[in-house]
Design a binder for this molecule. Structure first.
Ligand SMILES: [Mg+2]
Length: 234
């Protein structure tokens, strides 16, 4: 069997490069005024995951709820939601080692751009894309930006990555923790499931027959990217 060398890795952010749940959910938690809000949010989240409402509607619904607890929301308020959120164990080492080998490292996240952008510059990845907000000149929240990364169709961005960098899909690996991240696995490319937490994601990974790494150390994906190597390089 002929192995094509891996030349690019596309990472999901929330739960893969960083040790957190959804970066949207974290804002919600920050602004939630109680159980009633949480219930509404969960209901909308379920509708969204089932494809009944769009990404944009979901975000607008959430923003309207945040505004109930604070009429003006500043960029700093959003950043504060992520204080104390750390990188996934091994994330720095994996990204650095990939880059040392000349592998292109990208983040394709449908999470919040303020958060994902901070992680992207911390890890010095080559490219990143996420969703986010429009701010006024004083840094106050105006509205959600049009969706760039669709949770159910992240492959569009992986295809773009392939096109822009002149890659063969077989040279690309995507890494995600959710069933929806399987949409990153464009035709001919590879996918690694990393530390899935939701039952639904575990089932979807099993159904798709992709390799799954359990546990919270990103270094464990290494021999799925480089099967001829048993261990992460020291
Ligand atoms: Mg994730």
């Amino acid at each position: 069997m002929l192995f094509l060398m891996i030349r690019a890795v596309a990472f999901d952010c929330d739960g893969v490069l960083t040790d957190n749940g959804s970066s949207w959910q974290m804002i919600h938690k920050h602004f939630s005024t109680g159980a009633e809000d949480d219930e509404k949010h969960q209901k909308t989240l379920r509708k969204f995951l089932d494809g009944e409402i769009s990404e944009g509607d979901f975000v607008e619904h959430d923003i309207a709820m945040w505004r109930k607890s604070r009429s003006e929301i500043h960029r700093d308020d959003i950043m504060r939601c992520y204080s104390g959120t750390g990188l996934m164990e091994g994330a720095r080492e994996v990204v650095q080692s990939l880059k040392e080998r000349g592998v292109f490292v990208a983040i394709v996240s449908s999470g919040v751009d303020l958060f994902v952008g901070a992680i992207a510059s911390m890890l010095k990845v080559d490219d990143w894309v996420a969703n986010g907000f429009e701010w006024d000149d004083d840094g106050a929240l105006v509205r959600g930006l049009p969706t760039r990364v669709y949770t159910h169709d992240k492959g569009k961005m992986v295809e773009k990555l392939v096109r822009i960098n002149g890659l063969d899909p077989a040279e690309v690996v995507s890494v995600g923790d959710s069933g929806t991240d399987l949409s990153m696995k464009i035709e001919g490319s590879k996918f690694i499931g990393f530390n899935p937490t939701r039952e639904r994601s575990i089932e979807e990974f099993e159904e798709a027959g992709v390799p799954v790494v359990r546990g919270k150390d990103l270094r464990m994906i290494w021999n799925h990217i480089f099967p001829e190597e048993d261990f992460f390089p020291n």
